[in-house]
Design a protein around this ligand. Structure first.
Ligand code: NAD
Length: 480
């Protein structure tokens, strides 16, 4: 099927853009074609969003009206949840039952409901007399037209994480899904219309990196929100400087998973496995670096290998499958490259490190545990974005914190211990946007998610996300 662009509430032909083929990564088959939007397409979408912003068809509605429409969007998505989940699995290879239908889609629906409620929270807007004879009023206003650029690992969920807070804040939007995974975001356009989102308030433009670049360069876009790699975040920040746009960057991660010797070993190994293999490890908060206190190192390592070998890998539509393929052949090469270079440098691959048995077609990669690595090794320092963990021993709390923090990233970390004092000390010393104690991965719509250091800045989820799409205006009224 060939798709068009969703601009100003209508399916629109491209103004000179090409077409891109969309693959099913479990089979390699081409399943759709989408527009590789041109600069003129981006401009048309921005102009539609600009008109919709300045005529107030969205931001001049009462919070209650906006909330009702965002809620209707959540309902519309929920009504068609199986259709969305099926398409997401076809486009990404995610297990249908366990991930798309069991995780991504319900979370997207819940997220939109959270932001429907947040649209009515007027916290932060207040007035006071701070100088005799004057009243000061703070208005929280929407930033304006925002460009939102999504990654391929959670296509629809990231779209919901982005449009939810921006709509709650009163912004209008040009949304670009990742080049290879646009199908559920295009389907979402149908639901936007059904829910009553006014024309031009959310525009969906498909395309590659140049399309994203055109959004970042556009002078009428006031803010860019990116979820993507750290390299892309740096490029976007540089480009955005020319028009002094706000940037909201949710970037890469390299989460440490720190296990002290008082932990339940099977629990820790099970959580590490789940957090390393969910979404085939293509998760910015995935557990990637397992650090174990030396006295329990061998026990945890053995339990981890056993649990990683027990993960059920297979075709996305088989019922009991927990892990599907990687997103593409390029990604498989990338992941395998990290493992092979580590092996060549003297690391031991305890399990995995290639295709799982019987799954040579598609981009499957076995859950992989790599030992005998140095803290400065490439595989310990860089984001692999596949089902691969390294294991290292540590001697004491100080070393655990030092190794945990010793990467450029700062998105998420976890600590396994029964000692509350130690848990609290590490929670404050680890430089990550999220620190889990005795778990790794859970998030809810209420919990702020975002990075420290080179994992970016700005928050997704929670009321803080709405604040990121607003700007404070001070109005001062003389009583005379
Ligand atoms: P990517 O950086 O390659 O692409 C992300 C998006 O940016 C795509 O839509 C792409 O077309 C666009 N893009 C690329 N170059 C651009 C440019 N110069 N100007 C404008 N847009 C541009 O990332 P990806 O490979 O799609 O996604 C994986 C990455 O995303 C990983 O690093 C992962 O950690 C990160 N991620 C982060 C979070 C988070 O919340 N922090 C969540 C999910 C994924």
């Amino acid at each position: 099927m060939a798709h068009r662009l969703w601009i100003n509430g209508q399916w629109t032909e491209s103004r000179g853009g090409g077409m891109m083929k969309i693959e099913n990564p479990a089979t390699g088959a081409v399943i759709a074609e989408v527009v590789d939007a041109s600069r003129a397409d981006v401009d048309a979408a921005v102009q539609a969003a600009k008109t919709a912003f300045y005529d107030g068809r969205w931001n001049k509605k009462s919070p209650g009206e906006r909330s009702k429409i965002i809620w209707a969007l959540a309902d519309g998505l929920e009504r068609r949840i199986e259709e969305f989940a099926k398409l997401e699995s076809e486009n990404t290879g995610k297990p249908y039952k366990f991930v798309s239908l069991g995780g991504d889609l319900p979370f997207a629906v819940d997220n939109l409901r959270f932001f429907a409620a947040a649209a009515r929270d007027t916290h932060g807007a207040h007035a006071g007399e701070f100088m005799p004879g004057y009243t000061s009023m703070y208005r929280r206003e929407p930033v304006g037209v925002v460009g939102q650029i999504a990654p391929w690992n959670y296509p629809l969920m990231m779209a919901a994480w982005k449009i939810g807070p921006a709509l709650a804040a009163g912004c209008t939007i040009v949304l670009k899904p990742a080049p290879g995974t646009p199908l559920t975001t295009l389907l979402l356009a149908e639901v936007l219309a059904e829910a009553g989102i006014p024309e031009g308030v959310v525009n969906v433009v498909t395309g590659g990196n140049d399309t994203g670049q055109a959004m970042v360069e556009h002078p009428d876009v006031r803010m860019i929100s990116l979820t993507g790699s750290t390299g892309t975040g740096k490029k976007i920040m540089k480009t955005a400087a020319d028009t002094l746009k706000r940037v909201h960057l949710e970037l890469g991660g390299k989460a440490p998973f720190i296990v002290f010797d008082d932990s339940d070993i099977e629990l820790a190994a099970g959580k590490a496995t789940a957090a390393a293999t969910l979404n085939t490890g293509q998760d910015c908060t995935a557990a990637t670096r397992v650090y174990v206190e030396r006295s329990k190192f061998k026990d945890v390592q053995d339990a981890l290998v056993a649990q990683m070998e027990a993960v059920k890998i297979g075709q996305p539509f088989d019922d009991d499958v927990a892990m599907g393929p990687l997103i593409s052949g390029v990604q498989r090469e990338r992941v395998n490259g990290f493992v092979e270079r580590a092996r060549a440098a003297g690391a031991r691959v305890l399990t995995g490190g290639g295709s799982p048995k019987g799954l040579d077609v598609g981009y499957f990669y076995a859950p992989t545990v790599v030992a005998d690595v140095d803290q400065k090794a490439e595989i310990v320092q860089n984001e692999v974005f596949g089902p691969v963990v390294t294991v290292q021993a540590f001697d004491d709390e100080t070393q655990a914190v030092a190794h945990g923090n010793d990467v450029l990233y700062g998105l998420a970390a976890s600590v396994f211990t029964r000692d509350v004092g130690r848990a609290m000390r590490l929670a404050s010393q680890l430089e990550f946007g999220t620190v889990w104690i005795n778990d790794h991965l859970p998030l809810t719509s209420e919990t702020p998610h975002g990075g420290f250091k080179q994992s970016g800045f700005g928050k997704d989820l929670s009321a803080e996300a709405v604040g990121d799409y607003q700007i404070t205006k001070h109005v001062m009224i003389a009583h005379a």
